[in-house]
Write a protein that binds this ligand. Structure first.
Ligand code: AMP
Length: 179
């Protein structure tokens, strides 16, 4: 599969996050998957890309011109699309994907996750979407999702349409089965 990964452009405080980003990259390569991501060399994004490349698989990046210097575009990718707008970047990140994974990250990661997840619920695509809840990082978000359901702003398909896993092997097993 081509798997699009959304994750922090920063490494985050918890050292387990960067270790998990590297391990996800290794596992993607070992399982024969290629990576699609936002094209940066920094943070968790750079760590996933480097380990997929080290595992001998392809990595496709997409980054808007304005972010090339800010996020330090990765210069060793199989292919780097430098585009004009964030919308073009996101069209590549979703169009090239067979499945999506979100690792810990900040507001950009959240925005990207919510777009592909809500679009799946609306039936615009049928690709699996998975969230790695490493060390409970996303517990407050999962509580907010439960709140949306109990407040009747969303139905329980909100949770059935999102694979939530605490470790990488479980996440990839469930993502591959869903595909
Ligand atoms: P962050 O999780 O905030 O570190 O951002 C992760 C990635 O999401 C980075 O490559 C950002 O450029 C990107 N990003 C930030 N804001 C947005 C947004 N509104 N839509 C799509 N991507 C974004």
């Amino acid at each position: 599969m081509h798997i699009t990964v959304f994750c922090g452009s920063k490494p985050g405080l918890d050292p387990d996050f960067i270790l998990a980003a590297r391990r996800l990259g290794e596992q993607l390569a070992q399982r024969g998957h290629d990576l699609v991501y936002g094209g940066a060399k920094v943070g968790l994004m750079g760590a996933v890309a480097d380990s997929v490349l080290a595992g001998g698989r392809e990595v496709i990046g997409a980054i808007p011109k304005a972010l090339v210097s800010k996020e330090v575009a990765h210069d060793g990718l199989t292919k780097l699309h430098v585009v004009d707008t964030m919308h073009e970047r996101k069209a590549i990140l979703s169009g090239e994907a067979d499945a999506f994974i979100a690792l810990p990250g900040g507001p950009g990661t959240m925005e990207e996750l919510f777009e592909v997840w809500t679009w799946r619920m609306l039936g615009y695509h049928h690709k699996p979407v998975a969230l790695l809840n490493l060390n409970g990082y996303y517990d407050p978000l999962l509580a907010m999702i439960d709140r949306m359901i109990s407040a009747e702003f969303a139905w329980s398909d909100l949770t059935t349409s999102l694979i939530v896993a605490n470790d990488i092997d479980d996440l990839l097993n469930r993502l591959e089965a869903a595909r």
